[in-house]
Design a binder for this molecule. Structure first.
Ligand code: PGA
Length: 247
């Protein structure tokens, strides 16, 4: 059984006082599904302080794949672990596009997150041009192959994959549940080839891209979709709680 994961990615939003307001407002009843918030680095100590005794988990949106050293401006997996993070988003499309992160560099991040007993959420997805050009499978397979290339066998079944078609992120134009499921099924099938059937069956696949309280249910019902990664709709405690309630 794969536990459903509802993850919020705040991106570069919410100062500490805004985050405090959010955490105070967020009231959820514990369910079997996991609830996760990935705020900016600056809000993580507060998340630990305010969510520490709740069932809500916190994580990070990025990491630098070295334990410490002369990497000005970066944050290490050791630091994130020390702040109680359980998950780290790796290779979000904004990191790939704006900061030119390569598949190979993202694979290093996945490896370093696992090495520090946290769980990577590996984001993959195609651009509109790749979709229109019939290259979805080729692109997704390459991202997956690179992403899992450094993972130890004992870790692979804990990996989380977030399928986020780039054209659906922040546009209000979510993929249809059928389209998202078709790609999720392809991802699982590809994982069988890459890491074996058993791990592929355990790996959770999330859908992300314009998920909101009105459309979340249709994605969760799909066989190969085990949760959602939410950007915009995770910024308001009431929206985020209502997404969780619908699951
Ligand atoms: P969105 O973002 O929900 O605002 O489309 C999703 C994401 O980038 O993870």
């Amino acid at each position: 059984m794969r536990t459903v994961l509802i993850a919020g990615n705040w991106k570069m939003n919410h100062t500490v006082s805004e985050a405090e307001h959010f955490f105070k407002e967020l009231k959820v009843i514990k369910k079997e599904a996991e609830l996760l918030i990935c705020p900016p680095f600056t809000d993580i100590p507060l998340a630990r302080f305010m969510l520490g005794t709740s069932s809500i988990k916190w994580g990070a949106q990025n990491v630098y794949p070295e334990d410490k050293g002369a990497f000005t401006g970066e944050v290490s997996p050791v630091m994130l672990k020390d702040l109680g993070c359980t998950y780290v988003i790796c290779g979000h499309s904004e990191r790939r596009q704006i900061f030119k992160e390569s598949d190979r560099f993202i694979a290093e991040k996945v490896k370093s997150v696992f090495a520090h007993d946290m769980i990577p959420i590996l984001c993959i997805g195609e651009t509109l041009e790749e979709r229109d050009g019939g290259q979805i499978e080729e692109r997704i397979f390459a991202q997956l192959q690179n992403g899992v290339s450094g993972t130890r066998k004992q870790d692979t079944d804990k990996l989380v994959i977030a399928y986020e078609p780039i054209w659906a992120i922040g546009t209000g134009k979510a993929a249809t549940a059928e389209n998202a499921e078709a790609v999720a099924a392809f991802i699982r099938h590809s994982l069988e080839k890459l890491v074996g059937k058993k791990a592929a069956g355990a790996i959770r696949i999330l859908y992300g891209g314009s998920v909101n309280p009105d459309n979340v249910s249709v994605f969760i019902k799909e066989k190969n979709i085990d949760g959602v990664l939410i950007g915009g709709a995770s910024l308001k405690a009431s929206d985020f709680a209502s997404i969780y309630k619908k699951v």
